[in-house]
Design a protein around this ligand. Structure first.
Ligand SMILES: Cc1cc2nc3c(=O)[nH]c(=O)nc-3n(C[C@H](O)[C@H](O)[C@H](O)COP(=O)(O)OP(=O)(O)OC[C@H]3O[C@@H](n4cnc5c(N)ncnc54)[C@H](O)[C@@H]3O)c2cc1C
Ligand code: FES
Length: 291
């Protein structure tokens, strides 16, 4: 299909919406200018309505032909819950992007992707790009339980997958790092690792790969506001130096990342976030992923 990419007709409309787990939905959004420029590792900032909160989410897929971009959103607080309540045909008020520095795609050999929760959605375009560049892909997909496991089929199309769940309801019972240690013990250590998921998970993935000196990269998710390097909100510490995740990242050398500082900074607004979600939940009858 051919689009006038400068036309504003139907801009940011949800052309397809699919609920892929209890709290996670996939949105295919009409945004032709972004679709024309997107690369693996890019993200966008969405607002559900005028005056709404600015929410960064990763571009999972894009189609320059159809003029669409795909994002996968987990309902975690007020704004993401509001977005996942959208139906096909509704529109986001704005979508800014593509933002961030795309991941450098090169031939490593065997690339291990380690994804946790909704991080699996963020891992998918990167694994796909590495596969297209001729790498062998092995993925470890972790979730708290079977219901929170996403994109198993899509990731399996790219290579071997190993599933771990905290409660054993799917795959091996345990943590993604247990599966990583098993690979190393079996002499199947990868040539590079990409990890996306909860900060604590990425910290332990980095610790597990350090003794093996496997180059390891983590996609960092600090609180972002403008997404263009102006506000300083997304400051992270890499190799002892400050970096802005929105422009210098979000993918960084995991062995150089100060994960403890990131954990501390992302927890700073927890009280306000909880109040905001509780106020929203009081006025709405929708599905909310309280974690
Ligand atoms: C580069 C990047 C890519 C991301 N990609 C995805 C994705 O593909 N899918 C997805 O579901 N989530 C993604 N996230 C996380 C997502 O942005 C947050 O879950 C969302 O902002 C939470 O907003 P809320 O109002 O629903 O929750 P809140 O209750 O406001 O916050 C819940 C938690 O989300 C985080 N958060 C809150 N506001 C922001 C913000 N402005 N920027 C970043 N984090 C915030 C904080 O850790 C906070 O504790 C990404 C974050 C970043 C930085
Ligand atoms: S979000 Fe403002 S500097 Fe990165």
């Amino acid at each position: 299909m051919k689009h006038d990419i400068y036309s504003t007709e139907g801009l940011y409309k949800i052309v397809e919406k699919t609920d892929i787990s209890e709290t996670i939905s996939k949105h295919v959004i009409f945004a032709p200018l972004i679709a024309a420029k997107a690369k693996a590792g890019h993200f966008v900032i969405l607002r559900s309505r005028e005056g709404g909160e600015r929410i960064p989410v990763t571009l999972v897929d894009w189609s320059p032909e159809n003029g669409t971009v795909t994002v996968i959103i987990q309902s975690i607080g007020k704004s993401t819950t509001e977005m996942n309540a959208f139906k096909q045909g509704d529109s986001f008020s704005d979508v800014a992007g593509p933002l961030g520095t795309p991941v450098e795609i090169k031939k490593w050999g065997t690339v291990l992707g380690v994804g946790g929760g909704v991080g699996i959605a963020e891992l998918y375009p990167i694994a796909k790009a590495y596969k297209q560049a001729g790498n062998k892909i092995v993925s470890i997909l972790g979730a708290r339980n079977k219901g929170l496991l996403i994109l198993e089929r899509e990731m399996a199309e790219l290579g071997e997958i190993i599933v771990t769940t905290d409660d054993g309801s799917a795959g091996k019972k345990g943590l993604v790092t247990d599966a990583m240690n098993d690979l190393y013990a079996a002499g199947k250590g990868p040539d590079a690792i990409f990890t996306i998921g909860p900060i604590i998970m990425m910290k332990f993935v980095a610790q597990a790969s350090l003794p093996h000196r496997t180059p390891t990269f983590a996609s960092l998710n600090p609180v972002m506001l403008d997404g263009t390097g102006m506000c300083g909100g997304c400051r992270v510490e890499i190799g002892g130096k400050p970096k802005f995740a929105c422009v210098d990242g979000p993918m960084f050398d995991a062995h150089q990342t100060n994960f403890d500082l990131l954990l501390k900074r992302t927890a700073a607004y927890r009280g306000q976030e909880k109040d905001s979600l509780e106020r929203y939940a009081k006025g709405h009858q929708c599905r909310i992923g309280l974690h």
